[in-house]
Design a protein around this ligand. Sequence first.
Ligand code: URA
Length: 420
Amino acid sequence: MNIIDIISKTKRSEELSDEEIKWLVNSYTSGETADYQMAAWLMAVCLNGLTERETVSLTLAMRDSGDILDLSCIDGVTVDKHSTGGVGDKTSLVIGPVAAACGIKVPKMSGRGLGHTGGTIDKLESISGFRTELPFADFAKIVNTTGFAIISQSGDLCPADKKMYALRNATSAVDSIPLICASIMSKKLALNADCLLLDVKCGSGAFMKTQEDAEKLARLMERVGRAAGKKCRAIVTDMDSPLGNNIGNALEVREAVELLQGKVKGPLYDTCIDLAANMLELAGKGTIEQCTAMAEEAVSSGAALDVLRRTIAMQGGDSSICDDVSLLPQAKFSHEIRASRDVRIVAVNSEEIGMASLMLGAGRTVKDGDIDATAGIVMACGVGDNISMHAPLMTLYSSVCSDFSEAAVRAVRALTFEDI
Ligand code: URA
């Protein structure tokens, strides 16, 4: 086999065999196939796509490029959840504890944010002392004790995806449905939970901008998961506007805790309950109606907050933030933006809000760059709200940037108004 033939076949939309795909992934992971050759193949995939059989084969070859975890030491049904990424998406911090409080095990590995989308690991690191790198045995022990733990992706999990994702990022080859599917599913299959819930975000702040593409990715990921022997469900959720009011790392932890304290309702609460109910149903806990009621009870009774409190403590973090969110790091500077006239909010573009938050220090523009845990935006308005002249629209926070002018322009540009 050789790389030139493989690139040529995909360039001509000819289907590759399982052996050819396995060879390609292994030869790239080992360094035999060069970056420029893999980049050419990835671009051919972006332009011509892959068949479903090729996508399954690519996913499995990427999964098999490194370790596959053995979760048999965790008692009970394990359920993993993955979001394709968005702005203000703190659902993992809520639904892991909710699902665990209802009796299932949620061993979760998460990533860091890149670009305008946030990452769960960055959010958790805003909690003083919280350790996101733990040996597998400690991780498993916490899951067995509290039902839920989150660590950063570690060890030798999917080295092929690490290399391919970096290459795709640098060559405009991210937005391909089969490549996104293989990248996400290879990591999820290497984590190896019994059941898998996929939250495919759709809208201005997501990789999938249209309902049609989001549905395509969702159905493809479900079929790939099932082909690999997992109970797998993908649901499409809205990312046209940010999820919840808070965007930024410590600010999002604060909103997640407030939700578990029973203080947050609306789209964020509804999405979290829906996702948690789907996890419970996948794990065989009952009908979707029964699972919805269980998830709601886990929040209203405080049981889910208790799971989060115990998990944070076992991961070395300051669990008193669960009782007093003001103990989370606070920004040195803030800037409130108010309406200059009476308006109705027609749209809130999540990508623009994500970019404004990144300019305040909440995200990174280069891999492994520093972030400001306190930076971000708290929205005081949402789609459909009528806002009177001089009433607040949002507040920007940062500890690294005291001049808010550029970020404020970008944040206001995210809003579409109509006069009332
Ligand atoms: N998240 C991933 O892990 N991979 C992608 O390709 C896109 C989003």
